[in-house]
Design a protein around this ligand. Structure first.
Ligand SMILES: Cc1cc2nc3c(=O)[nH]c(=O)nc-3n(C[C@H](O)[C@H](O)[C@H](O)COP(=O)(O)OP(=O)(O)OC[C@H]3O[C@@H](n4cnc5c(N)ncnc54)[C@H](O)[C@@H]3O)c2cc1C
Length: 377
């Protein structure tokens, strides 16, 4: 069977790529190892932070601005509410990389923000009890996006536009042919296409083994806690009184939280991940892991440290500099690659889908993606 393009992996990035490719009139096949919007990769767990003041690098901001437009477009096309704007707080000691980096990128790109000191933070956002010396950048135009629902929205729209999406069908291997097309073998079939887009998430080290990318897959755990006080006392469930947050109380230590339900908050560490692979990932969460988060909460957000509701395991696929890899394959220009989203990729899904559609159809993109070149390693 022959297609214009095959998308390998239909998670966050692949579902968006399939949608953008088929919207441009291509005959698209999508191959996914598991089911639609599954919870065995990196795009599950109810919520993902979305924000524009970007401490990870001001070079991401133009892509974020485009991602916001595309999220709104996806909401319109699917008729679903996918983005919830709660505002965001980036907290830490004044000079911390997290706060400084957020301020610099906001200044550089003229993003609206406000600075708060420790007293100002807890006066406005009663769940937060920062030590003296803490400052925060508050950004209104931030919040969270729903990963499962938006993967489903991209997949449904792709199908509606005519994409052929196969679930429960892992790709075993791929090769380019002497005629310049790409051939993929699965357990069920062999497919050929003019172009291949690889969006295999934590499967990238295996699917792209020939490329030798220095990727490290890490196990990460998300935990949901109910507050130990009435939700109304800490503004939970009220727009704007309980924002999403990223907090670096000390250099090298980062935790974050998302009020993704009216009675619980998702909290996780943004560091301390053990190396794993999709096949060796330990999905059990030990009591010690829950206690470590509770201890951090009791120190900085004690009113939130009530009943532990649930935990879920996820994977980060990290590059050494934590910047993404989005590019044509250096050895095979008919293959576009998106990998190494290093724990901060979800908010970019629709714009990465657009970039991949550019690369697969035109061999280039106008979006600023030099930062993501594999040649840097
Ligand atoms: C706990 C956690 C919290 C996060 N928080 C945030 C956040 O707040 N904000 C943010 O922006 N980002 C966040 N991220 C990061 C973000 O979720 C990821 O960067 C993003 O989901 C990666 O998408 P992906 O498409 O690369 O991977 P995935 O969504 O995992 O998709 C890859 C797909 O490829 C499939 N696949 C792999 N190999 C094969 C094969 N051989 N054949 C067929 N299919 C295959 C997999 O089954 C999977 O469905 C977080 C991640 C985690 C784990």
């Amino acid at each position: 069977m022959s297609y214009d393009a095959i998308v390998l992996g239909l998670g966050g990035m692949g579902s968006a790529a399939a949608y953008h490719l088929v919207s441009r009139g291509l005959n698209v096949l999508g191959l996914e190892r598991f089911g639609p919007a599954h919870d065995l990769g990196s795009s599950h767990g109810e919520s993902r932070i979305i924000r524009q003041a970007y401490f990870e690098g001001e070079g991401y901001v133009p892509l974020l601005l485009r991602a916001y437009e595309l999220w709104a477009e996806l909401e319109r096309e699917s008729g679903e509410k996918l983005v919830h704007l709660t505002g965001a707080l980036m907290l830490g000691p004044g000079g911390s990389d997290l706060v400084q980096g957020s301020v610099e990128s906001a200044k550089r790109h003229d993003l609206p923000y406000e600075m708060l000191d420790a007293a100002g933070i807890s006066a406005r956002f009663p769940a937060f009890e920062p030590p003296a010396g803490t400052v925060a950048l508050h950004e209104k135009n931030a919040g969270y996006v729903l990963p499962e629902a938006s993967v489903r929205a991209h997949l449904d729209l792709a199908t509606r536009h005519g994409a052929d999406l196969h679930f429960g069908e892992p790709a075993l291997d791929w090769e380019t042919t002497p005629a310049g097309s790409v051939r993929i073998r699965t357990q069920r079939n062999v497919y050929e296409a003019e172009r291949l887009v690889v969006t295999a998430g934590a499967g990238a080290p295996e699917v792209l083994s020939g490329l030798g990318l220095p990727l490290r897959v890490e196990r990460r755990v998300m935990h949901w806690f109910e507050p130990g006080v009435a939700a109304s006392r800490i503004g939970l469930g009220e727009a704007r009184r309980f924002p999403v947050f990223v907090w670096s109380p000390e250099e090298g230590e980062v935790f974050y939280g998302i009020p993704d339900s009216t009675d619980a908050v998702k909290v996780a560490f943004h560091y301390l991940g053990e190396e794993c692979s999709p096949d060796t990932l330990d999905r059990k969460v030990g009591p010690g892991e829950v206690e470590a988060v509770r201890e951090t909460l009791s120190r900085y957000m004690p009113k939130l440290s009530g009943r532990h509701v649930a935990s879920k395991v996820c994977m980060y696929t990290n590059t050494p500099d934590l910047d993404f890899v989005v590019s044509l394959h250096p050895g095979h220009p008919q293959v576009a690659v998106a990998a190494g989203f290093s724990g901060h990729g979800y908010k970019f899904c629709p714009v990465i889908g657009e970039v991949l559609a550019d690369l697969a159809t035109a061999g280039r993109t106008d979006h600023p993606t030099d930062l993501f070149s594999p040649a840097r390693f």
